[in-house]
Structures are given as structure tokens and as C-alpha cells.
Design a protein. Structure first.
Length: 195
């Protein structure tokens, strides 16, 4: 549900998918160029406007891990201006490297935006338009509920404010529920829409 940031070329899900793809490719590339076991955690800077080449960035990250492998300490946390950091990759914020054979991970440098009434209502309305189609698939006597959920992924998450329980929405669904990633399911206040 997070909206595309103002003047951004990409949505949060697009940016998240790019980062995941890069880190998967970087891990595969590293396994080809180096046999030492490595677990890597990469925090990306969120670049909302510049298009990058996934393969090129993945190759740079793989080479960076190889060049900065923590032979003596077993693990290292690196930042761009840190002492002895070689070949920093533009677009990264922090890189952690450990000498264990585990899957590589990524995270985004971001804050979690707060869900607004308009964002939530936009999602309800988009699903409301499909309700006639849904009704053709179930017996007429059945209720149809809409369940909206938030995700825990940084670039996909929204924080749900306490006042969501007081917000009013129009909807033709029999019930509209919201399942935040960090709490219980909330039944939203709805009245039947006139359309």
C-alpha cells in the first residue's frame, strides 16, 4: 500500500524487487569467483530515480565482498567511509560480511510511512469495483468480506495509526478487515456505498 514517493521513478515494490534481484545475482556471482563461505547483509540506499543495471551492480557487490572478506575477524560491518574499505559500491549504505555459508540478505534504508485514510480508501474502492465479479462465483446468500493486509518488508510496509478504528468508509463488501503486520485484525467501519 505505500504510495510512490513524490517525483520517484519507481514504486516501493519495484525498488524492493530490484534490490532482491541484485542480491540474489550477487550471491551467485560470488560463489563463482570465490569458494570461501560468506553470508552477506546489504543495506541499500533507496534510489528512487536512477535506473541501474542489475547484473553490473551484482557483479560489483560480489567483487566487493571478495575484496573485503574478513579473513582475520570472521565478520565485518562496512560503511563507505570506513578504514580499509576497498571498492565501495555506489548505492549501498552498509554491508555486513560473515564467514558462514548462509543465504545473502538485503534490507532497505528507509522509514515506514504511516497509512492514511485516502490510501486505505483507494484500496477499498479498487476492490469494490470487482465485487460484482466476485458475487458471480459464490451462492447469493453468502457474505463477501474484504481482507487487506500489510507486509513487514521495509519497502512494502505501512504503519497503521490508532485512529484507523474511527475512520469511515463506503463499501459494498459485507465486511472490510485490515490485518496489520504488527497486530490483530481490525474490522473497519463501513457503510454501504450508493454505487
Amino acid at each position: 500500500m505505500p504510495q510512490k514517493p513524490k517525483n520517484a521513478a519507481f514504486s516501493s515494490p519495484q525498488l524492493s524487487a530490484f534490490q532482491e534481484n541484485v542480491i540474489r545475482k550477487a550471491e551467485r556471482c560470488y560463489r563463482v569467483i570465490d569458494s570461501r563461505p560468506a553470508k552477506v547483509l546489504v543495506y541499500f540506499k533507496n534510489d528512487w530515480v536512477r535506473k541501474r543495471n542489475e547484473h553490473a551492480m551484482a557483479n560489483e557487490i560480489a567483487q566487493f565482498v571478495r575484496d573485503n572478506f574478513p579473513v582475520k575477524t570472521g565478520h565485518v560491518l562496512l560503511q563507505q567511509l570506513g578504514d580499509g574499505v576497498r571498492g565501495w559500491v555506489d548505492g549501498l549504505s552498509v554491508v555486513g560480511i560473515s564467514c558462514v555459508d548462509e543465504p545473502w540478505e538485503t534490507s532497505a534504508s528507509s522509514f515506514i510511512p504511516i497509512l492514511t485514510h485516502d490510501q486505505l480508501y483507494s484500496q477499498i474502492k479498487s476492490k469494490d469495483r470487482r465485487l460484482p465479479e466476485y458475487r458471480t462465483r459464490v451462492p447469493q446468500s453468502w457474505e463477501i468480506w474484504l481482507l487487506l493486509a500489510t507486509s513487514i518488508s521495509v519497502l512494502h510496509s505501512v504503519a497503521v495509526p490508532y485512529e484507523v478504528t474511527r475512520w469511515q468508509f463506503e463499501s459494498r463488501f459485507d465486511r472490510v478487515l485490515l490485518s496489520p503486520w504488527d497486530g490483530d485484525v481490525i474490522q473497519l467501519n463501513t457503510s454501504q456505498s450508493r454505487t
